[in-house]
Design a protein around this ligand. Structure first.
Ligand SMILES: C[S@@+](CC[C@H](N)C(=O)[O-])C[C@H]1O[C@@H](n2cnc3c(N)ncnc32)[C@H](O)[C@@H]1O
Length: 196
């Protein structure tokens, strides 16, 4: 049976395994998933003015059961991703190490591009375990030739103040001392392009 083309700006509701099955191969530019994290908790929120209760269960029993749930879904996501596309998997310490191995198997370890660490809070009251204060986002692609649009944002005025010079192209710059002081962290002379 022919698969449907994705309609732009459309929200598809339902189990993603079933919904993904409708989507043609290699048709999606970017996939970002924030699936269950295997946190062994149930989550409930009261939504909107009507305070509608919305909940999802993040209890899988163990890491293997979690991976068995996520693996067929991730394989489907791989199938629908374009050769030039990018894939992001958001998780945390509960399952990240198992997820990495699963993603290496599906995408190929060579197409693992980065592990992005998202620091969520500055501290938790869990110093005995050194504080679990970050999430992990694994970034994979299907090939080495993937699209990536660099995003630029203006610098803060305060930050720019330190660049007191302007070169002939109009670009601001500053000079700085790159040497380290003291024997433990430097104090050595090196030659660079003939200069010491
Ligand atoms: C960690 S939450 C992320 C929620 C969302 N990113 C947000 O910030 O509100 C995981 C979500 O995945 C949904 N989910 C779990 N299994 C799913 C499935 N098979 N198909 C579609 N959604 C699923 C859950 O209902 C839950 O809303």
């Amino acid at each position: 049976m022919a698969k449907h083309q994705l309609k732009p700006f459309t929200i598809y509701c339902g189990d993603n395994l079933k919904m993904l099955n409708e989507i043609p191969d290699e048709s999606v530019d970017l996939i970002y998933i924030a699936p269950p994290f295997n946190s062994n908790r149930n989550y409930e929120v009261f939504w909107g003015d009507a305070q509608e209760k919305r909940a999802f269960n993040d209890r899988f029993g163990d890491a293997q059961a979690y991976i068995e749930y996520m693996q067929p879904r991730t394989k489907e996501l791989y199938r629908v991703l374009k050769k030039t596309g990018s894939f992001y998997y958001h998780c945390d310490w509960h399952a990240s190490h198992y997820v990495k191995i699963m993603l290496d198997e599906i995408f190929g370890a060579n197409f693992f591009q980065n592990e992005i660490v998202w620091k969520r809070t500055s501290a938790h009251n869990d110093s005995k375990t050194f504080g679990n204060a970050h999430d992990t986002i694994f970034f994979y692609t299907r090939t080495a030739k993937f699209n990536f649009k660099k995003v630029y944002t203006p610098y803060e005025e305060e930050y720019l103040k330190r660049f007191k010079n302007i070169d002939s192209d109009g670009r601001k710059w500053t000079d700085d001392n790159l040497s380290a002081k003291g024997l433990s962290g430097g104090g050595y002379d090196y030659e660079y392009k003939g200069a010491i």
